[in-house]
Design a protein. Sequence first.
Length: 637
Amino acid sequence: MAMTPLEELRHSGSHILATAVLRLFPDAKLDIGPPTDTGFYYDIDLDHKFTAEDLTRIEAEMKKIADENQPFLRKEVSRDEAVQIIKARGQERYKLGRLADIPADEKISFYQNGEFVDLCAGTHVRYTSKLKAFKLLTIAGAYHRGDEKNKQLQRIYGTAFPTKEELAQYLERQEQAKARDHRKLGKDLKLFHIDEDVGQGLVLWTPNGAVIRQELQNFISEELRKQGYQQVFTPHIGKLELYKTSGHFPYYKDSQFSPIFETDSLAKAIGENCSCAEAFARLEAVSANLAAQINARTGKESIAPDRVRPDDQLLSGFMLKPMNCPHHIKIFASQPHSYRDLPVRLAEFGTVYRWEQSGELNGMTRVRGFTQDDAHLFCTEEQVAAEVLGCLSLVKIILSTLGMADYRVRVGLRDPDSNKYTGDAANWDKAENACREAAKTLGVPFTEEPGEAAFYGPKIDFVIKDVIGREWQLGTVQVDYNLPVRFDLSYIGADNQPHRPVMIHRAPFGSMERFCGVLIEHFAGDFPAWLAPEQVRLVPISDKVADYARALLGRLKAENFRATLDEHSDKLGAKIRRAEIDKVPYTLVIGQKEAEANSVSVRSRARGDEGVMTADAYIAKLKTEIATRALPAKKTA
């Protein structure tokens, strides 16, 4: 696929970066340096640990190389010539491996700018002088080929734009992103904690964060009741055979925790903390070792490794569930259904588990254990269109309530050249058409993207753009003709004959962890009053009004407001500042006049001083704001 002009510019930036690194650090060994959606990077093996000062030096050298106006020259060579070029430049440690990745029928090319020569398919800008607006950003660790078993290299990230104005805008957005980082705000506002002793990627919701999660669950539960959903609860584990039937194993075995086998000795042999794929690879090794021991005792080579295996009972262990759908299917199948019973809508805040690589974990937005606002609908084929529209309307209600109005829709279809999908092609065609027709009703642009479907069916994804322009894939709706077949589901139709239901999967939030992580950054921690862990803070000016303040606190709590009283001996300004840092929506200042008049002086986080009002008037105002789930007012200067 041809590169865009911006990708060419950034790709050229990675080569100029590598040129500068080798000038300053001749012992550096290079791996790869591709363009990315936001810039470029290069992975480097060097004993010296790069510092911020090094980035400044490298960036200055890059400017010199750009000013030298070096042309980018392409040269196609044979595989043998490529080996010689790589060895001559002392870069064989990683480059020969990359050369081996190139298929035999593809051309092999190098690009040269100045003294730098790199194995590269291209393409690039014509001259280094085209790189006028660029910036080196960060240094990070990156395992070679993304494998934790390989050496960790140093990755230098940078970005480049056609103009300095675009670069300045991007850097400003980056500064905003740092200020909004949910990992920092989560710690500052005491929303969640991730502890090494518990495990990477496993979120501990602290009391403040739990308030936000519970309010979101209450919100969507109200909408679910209106749409006729029934709540269910299912266990965190299930038999391995269940996920073999559903297809989650083996389709997703690389991203699942290893099975929990029923035999202690087998569990010990395989070990812990590995994915399903790793567990079964270790099982193969155990079998091979047992075969070798038997052959050594008998002095024969008659026992092949695949003959020495635990029996089927040992292999029917349990798994931490990667999805809720097989459990919901079993609930549906637990009793007979007539066409008059359909649709059946089962909903659950169900926790699932995925074995994400440690390098991909990121606060709350990429975790190993997460709770989905999951639901599965079982309906007739004639009901599919209406049910999908109902699911989409639920997503739209959530996004509009939370002020996430800027989004696009992606219809994920199967890749006709891939064998990862299960089921009949005709059923896939019907499901994909249902998703297309539903997406047309949303009134926003949508794209069709082959290869983005789940293995059992196509889906409609909502890709949200936050207030600083970043995109997040959140809510999803999926149409599935295949799992009902795999589990042999049926209902009795009007003709008194069994028929196959269609299944719809939907999760408007996606996962509570990811959604809350995005929400923290979207609001920069300034949550609307209905979501805020602390809605009101009372700040008495002196001890003389303490009794009135405590009585008002009791009244607020009786009205189910989340309110606190600041009884510290600090000065008033310090108390107000502390409430601002804690991002409390309302601070009520109470002096002698307020106590005598049964009133409060209201300070809004967004608007500042709102003046004095009676306690009754303030409580009525806050009740309305919370009941309507009003968004925060824009901050005034």
